[in-house]
Design a protein. Sequence first.
Lengths: 346, 297
Amino acid sequence: MIWLTWRQFRIQAAVVSALVAAFGILFLVTGPHLVTLYRDSALAACRSNCGQDANNFLNSLSNIAPYHLVYLLGALLIVLLPAVIGLFWGAPLVARELESGTFRLAWNQSVTRERWLAAKLGILGLAAMAVAGLFSLFLGWWASPIDHADAIGASGGFQSRFFPLDFGTRGIVPIGYAAFAFALGVLVGLMIRRTIPAMGVTLAVIAAVQIAFPLVVRPHLITPVRDTTAVTASVIQGLGINGSGNQMSVFAAAPNLPGAWIYSNEVVTASGSTSLGSIPQACQPQQAQGFQACANALAQMNLKQVVVYQPADRYWTFQWLELGIFLTVAVLLAWGCFWWVRRRLS
Amino acid sequence: MTALHTSGLGKRYRRRWALSDCTLQIPEGRVAGLVGPNGAGKTTLLQLAVGLLAPTTGTITVLGGEPASGPDQLAKVGFVAQDTPVYAGLSVADHLRLGAHLNPGWDDSYAQRRIDRLRFDPAQRAGKLSGGQRAQLALTLAIAKRPRLLILDEPVASLDPLARREFLQDLMEAVADQEISVILSSHLVADLERVCDYLVVLAASRVQIAGDVDALLASHHRLIGARRDEASLPADQQVIHARHTDRQSTLIVHSRHPILDPAWTVEQLSLEDLVLAYMSQAADAPPGRRPVLEVQR
């Protein structure tokens, strides 16, 4: 079974291996220079209060266009990888056999169809997870100086690895996505029995999950921390008015939470509303007393700054949780494949 | 032991019964032909026998075991599916390697000899083979796994007459060498006549008759004589098919005993006549009527 699985899979394996190799070479070529830049920057030597050095380091990277580009390209590839695996490894795996009738040949050798499926799911599934793990490892290794700067509290140019768009491209979660996408593709192929429609459905489901999970599911995995602090004049950054002109709200400076995932940062009144109701005299446009006077007046209003966030040290908890969820779903989908092969196809 | 044993076997696809109330025993050591018009349920029956389909009602055992119930059962039965599917992207040699990897009883020297004799290029992709060559490759795979029973679903349907003859001849040589039982289906009696010693007629999703070919031929007769009502025949003579003109009746009857009535001219039936008589009986039969079923060894 191992021989047959490999023999039928070797072209897809070669294509993806070439992709991994190209990716690895790109990072191997640019990575050492990034490390040199980091070593030469003030950040590497900094021991305390390094926020400004970290900012300077990231800004200097942003100015070198290729680094930003390589980072984005790497992240984009990892985001697209589940779709590639689901479409080109998963969906055709059984659908093509059903479509061309060759399953009648394969299932009449002296190997039960359950073992046949187990070999295919096992070998390709592990390969998919290995590829995703390698990609993530490459990107993580390459971006480690950037992560370090982010962890200190820099914001220039690169998002923290906890940020929803970047979270799925780093650490161990890509392994879970790959396993999920592969198992999904196989099951959809089994159910639809035709390669091209199965690929379409697989793509749609993977895209929907990739969009919905960070928006709908991930924020609720762990109850976020809610910090409420009194607003002082120094944190007030501005005063805004909404489109219809009936709600005034205050903007406060972002809290210093390096590497955290911040859900919201709002200023509320004593009653808990984000709308001020009335604004102090000092802030009326016709009273040209300057911003500082306005900020001082606002600080007198007993306002509270409410920050809702996940602290940076929960990053790996989230990674393991999300990996666990996707691996569980992948196992359920694989179980569905066995059930379908045993029951529905006869 | 019986090669194939079914009892009350039926298979329904959504609302249509492809096979119903099929009770059948095909003994081992025979070359059994399964004949019937297109859509009669031949493929359904054979796919039930190899476990590609599961029965809706009834039971089926093949060589004493449940179809496709495990590696041992799979090893006992060789199957060549309709349209003889092969992997288009794999070479002829790859197919033999596939057979060797997936079958513990694989006879590699037989497979190699057969491929040599058929003048196959081992490096050729199976997708580039002609229909006849594909069928031969699929047959090679099925025989080289050393099964006790070989099931072939319309193996020659897509072949030209010459390739058809060669394929069947080749099949018969292999069967004689290895002492395997065979069940093969066709919608053409001529294909089966040459090779089968056991016959099952399947029409309108039911078994019309099953039995040893010689016994079937000996117990069916064509009677030609002056026009006469079918009901006036003796009770042991069963009319399968009747045609009347103004003056003359032509009957095909089943009887275990010789026809002694001097009013009839009695003729021998050919296998094709016999099969056609049962097929048209099935086509004319009002729904619900039980057709004749006979099993002879």
